[in-house]
Design a protein around this ligand. Structure first.
Ligand SMILES: Cc1ncc(COP(=O)(O)O)c(C=O)c1O
Length: 464
């Protein structure tokens, strides 16, 4: 059954927000701030509510909804491969990756978006849709909307990644930069809903979004025989809700495990409280999962079906991103790598020897963030270390150190030397080095040999 759309609440007139297709971010932000008149402020104090995501009347999505979605979206969304990974060997279990990062806009979000847009009646399609999102949902809505000739407005907070803002514009969406965070952007989007008679599409809790996302679960069961467990990252809960409904209806014996960052545990907190609750979150490498409250429909649909939820550290997310690059040749964002992070962190020992499917849900990672993740991952692995050594300032002092280090098979990445700050001895120089080792044992050996040879050594290696 298609989810019924609420009528827009009657509100005051908002100033017109300019289309941003041909403008820069700075221009867009300026224009929006200049619209901060009484009407906008009034609306932002009593924002329109999304009646499809009503805490008093949560909707439970059924297997029928997910299978209807699978039928409707088969032409518009890719059936991604689900293949055995080399990482199986180091993890001690048979790991299959469902490669959702291969979708056109780089994430599974196109599934729910495509189904939701296809289910909209003609008049709503003509008027257009709106959402607040800084990431994958914004991209998916912009792209699928343009394919179906549906006008799309995306309200994005000012800290949204530039790459995503630009890409939404390339897909033809009207981008409005508004608010310092997603919640402020959403309030503004809600105000525009009433002003322009648009349809708001919640990225993790609209019932058709959840049904569409559930097609990931249907495909996994079709693609891999005898699956023991599926590990699903949780942000607002739409993906796990659709997936668990599909999987448990077809194969109730499959274990479905949710993963969220330690810094954003909104599903864990909702389970404790018995309902979605506002949760304090902090920034995470898995920014797609940084949602302060799980969706009401998502929670009502999945809370009783999900077998277990675990929380992963930032270090393990970085390691998972690194392993995926090195061993799977896959560029996956933090949110998409969270399932693997849970396995590598040893949080799921009961899955040893089992057949486990991990959706790699998205690949939209900023290149600078990717670089930092890889370095962080190498450091946590003990493969990137930092040390400083005080050596003689006489000719040969520094070259002696570099030769010594290279003889151990360690590669220097950065080296600087300082004289001015050494108080004790004007004939010494302090050399600071960042170096790459084979593994943690190699780093431990390096530290031991440096300490045997030099009197003053400080050595930094990330803890296990
Ligand atoms: C790459 C990626 N994985 C997983 C999720 C979690 O999905 P949900 O918010 O439906 O729980 C998101 C959410 O944005 C995401 O972008």
């Amino acid at each position: 059954m298609p989810a019924e759309q609420p009528a827009a609440a009657k509100t005051d007139t908002l100033p017109k927000v300019q289309s941003t297709n041909a403008t820069s971010n700075a221009e867009v932000t300026d224009r929006c701030s200049s619209t901060s008149d009484v009407a906008v402020q009034k609306q932002l104090r009593s924002p329109y509510t999304d009646l499809l995501c009503n805490p008093l009347k949560p909707k439970i999505i059924s297997f029928h909804n997910v299978s209807a979605a699978a039928y409707r979206i088969k032409e518009s969304v890719m059936r991604t491969p689900c293949t055995l990974s080399h990482i199986s060997e180091i993890a001690g279990m048979e790991i299959y990756f469902k490669k959702e990062y291969l979708q056109y806009t780089g994430s599974f979000k196109e599934r729910g978006v495509s189904y939701t847009l296809l289910m909209l009646p003609e008049d709503k399609r003509r008027r257009g849709v709106i959402t607040a999102s800084a990431r994958n949902h914004a991209l998916a809505l912009s792209y699928q909307g343009s394919k179906m000739d549906i006008p799309v407005t995306v309200v994005m907070p000012s800290n949204s990644p530039i790459m995503i803002v630009q890409q939404c514009k390339v897909y033809g969406a009207q981008v409005v930069i508004r608010g310092d965070n997603l919640s402020e952007a959403k309030d503004y989007a809600m105000a525009l809903v009433s002003q322009r008679n648009l349809t708001y599409i919640n990225g993790h809790d609209h019932p058709d979004i959840i049904a569409g996302h559930g097609t990931v679960g249907l495909e996994i069961v079709e693609q891999v025989d005898d699956v023991d467990a599926i590990i699903v990252p949780i942000g607002g809960g739409g993906l796990i809700a659709g997936t668990v409904v599909a999987v448990k209806a077809m194969r109730p014996e499959i274990t479905v495990i949710g993963v969220e960052p330690e810094r954003c545990p909104c599903f864990t907190e909702a389970l404790k409280a018995g309902r979605p609750v506002y949760t304090d979150i902090s920034t995470s490498l898995a920014d797609g999962l940084a949602v302060p409250s799980v969706g009401v429909n998502a929670f009502a649909t999945s809370a009783k079906l999900v077998d277990k939820v675990v929380k992963v550290s930032e270090e393990m997310i970085a390691i998972a991103i690194l392993r995926l690059v090195e061993m799977e040749k896959a560029i996956v964002e933090g949110a998409g790598a969270a399932g693997l992070a849970a396995i590598l962190a040893g949080l799921l020992p009961e899955l040893k020897g089992k057949r486990v499917v991990v959706p790699l849900c998205g690949g939209n990672i900023d290149t600078t963030v990717l670089g930092r993740c890889l370095e962080r991952g190498l450091a946590v692995d003990g493969r990137l270390v930092k040390f400083s050594v005080t050596v003689s300032d006489r000719p040969g002092g520094i070259s002696d150190l570099t030769r010594f280090v290279s003889d151990i098979g360690v590669s220097m990445k950065d080296i600087i030397h300082e004289r001015a700050w050494l108080k004790r001895d004007v004939f010494s120089v302090q050399v600071k080095v960042v170096a790459e080792t084979r593994d943690r044992e190699h780093a431990v050996l390096l530290e031991k040999l440096l300490r045997e040879r030099y009197e003053q050594v400080t050595f930094n290696m990330a803890a296990d």
